[in-house]
Design a protein around this ligand. Structure first.
Ligand code: SAM
Length: 278
């Protein structure tokens, strides 16, 4: 029986998240991020007193997944998620609640001409492809075709492979090439960026010209497992330390960029939506 099919009983689970004294930003999840923020609050005892066990973010995330996400997850997305879970780097894929969010966003926007930077095995790509109309397009960029090909059979099975134009190579030089042609400017409805975090700001400086006015760019991992809110000398930052500064710089830049309206959403590892204004 897979994880999400097990009956959920909060009493079976240890109340570990809020009471854990270890820094929590080593685990990439909404649970960890919220727990970390709460652990920084000087009034945390008060907050703990208010939060019953059933309001622990860990249980809430489980509740959301089991009630609203897994039952609605497309069969091919579920299969792709299970295939990906067997890989050593599986946790870099977006979680299914974020996939559901992207799908809703793309439909609400009536997006048609889209781009994704950072494909991996394709969970976010398939979420978007399923949400697009039959003539919708995704230009999908990644330096690694091998991982994309692991998920490709699921994309084909879902009947949406015709919407995807996968290009292997560094995204930055691809964007620079696109910008040489004036006809590409202001043409994209939606872009999802989930690649090398040290380049997300460089992508923004180019994508702002490629997305149309009113179009949206979504940057993933803008909470970087909660580490963006951690003190610089915090111990055990581990995996997140080297790129933390780049994510903080991106967040500051986006907050002051008057060409866009922004909304930072704590789903998955945090996604910041940027709607082009001018
Ligand atoms: C976090 S994963 C993407 C996860 C994916 N969105 C999903 O939901 O499964 C980051 C991806 O970015 C790709 N990547 C890293 N550097 C890149 C670059 N310079 N240009 C394009 N892709 C890059 C990696 O190969 C990796 O597949």
């Amino acid at each position: 029986m897979s994880k999400e099919e097990e009956p959920f009983d909060p009493n079976d689970l240890p109340p570990k998240t809020l009471l854990n004294s270890e820094p929590l930003y080593q685990v990439r999840s909404l649970k960890t991020m919220i727990s970390f923020i709460l652990s920084q609050n000087t009034h945390k005892q008060y907050i703990f007193a208010l939060i019953s066990k059933s309001h622990d973010p860990y249980y809430l995330l489980q509740y959301i997944l089991e009630t609203s996400v897994y039952p609605r997850e497309h069969e091919c997305l579920k299969e792709l998620r299970h295939i990906t879970e067997k890989l050593p780097w599986h946790s870099i894929a977006i979680p299914p609640d974020e996939g559901q969010f992207l799908s809703m966003l793309v439909k609400l926007m009536n997006a048609k001409n889209t781009m994704e930077i950072g494909v991996y095995t394709g969970y976010s790509l398939l979420s978007t492809a399923l949400a697009l109309p039959p003539d919708g397009k995704i230009l999908a960029l990644d330096v690694n075709r091998r991982d994309y090909e692991i998920g490709l059979p699921m994309i084909q099975k879902a009947g949406v492979a015709h919407k995807i134009d996968f290009r292997e190579g560094p995204a930055l030089s691809f964007l620079d090439e696109m910008l040489k042609d004036q006809n590409n400017k202001g043409t994209l409805d939606f872009v999802f960026v989930d690649a090398d975090k040290d380049n997300h700001l460089n992508y923004h400086k180019r994508l702002i010209e490629l997305v149309k006015i009113g179009g949206v760019i979504g940057y993933d991992n803008t909470l970087w497992a909660g580490s963006v809110a951690a003190p610089t000398d915090a111990p055990k930052m581990g995996f997140f330390q080297p790129l933390r500064g780049f994510v903080i710089e991106l967040n500051k830049y986006l907050a002051q960029d008057s060409r866009i309206e922004i909304c930072q959403i704590p789903i998955g590892d945090g996604i910041t939506l940027c709607r082009r204004l001018i």
